[in-house]
Design a protein around this ligand. Structure first.
Ligand SMILES: [Zn+2]
Length: 67
């Protein structure tokens, strides 16, 4: 569990539409966050969009975790 600092990053409402962009390194954290907030298993899709940044570092996102 990451605690309050992480909750600030993901203060969006629970449930449908939540998406977390993540690099390969932080995919596990992204999944944990998603499950923790929504209590559902996320879909994980690779993405080749160069515009999105990882939610946990400054690398480009390569996966989107969401539904
Ligand atoms: Zn990252």
């Amino acid at each position: 569990m990451e605690g309050a600092e992480t909750l600030l990053l993901f203060s969006t409402r629970k449930g449908a539409g939540k998406m977390i962009f993540t690099c390969e390194e932080h995919i596990d954290i992204a999944i944990d966050e998603y499950v923790d907030e929504t209590e559902q298993a996320p879909d994980i899709a690779p993405m080749d969009n160069n515009e999105k940044q990882c939610s946990f570092c400054e690398k480009k996102a390569v996966y989107v975790v969401g539904n």
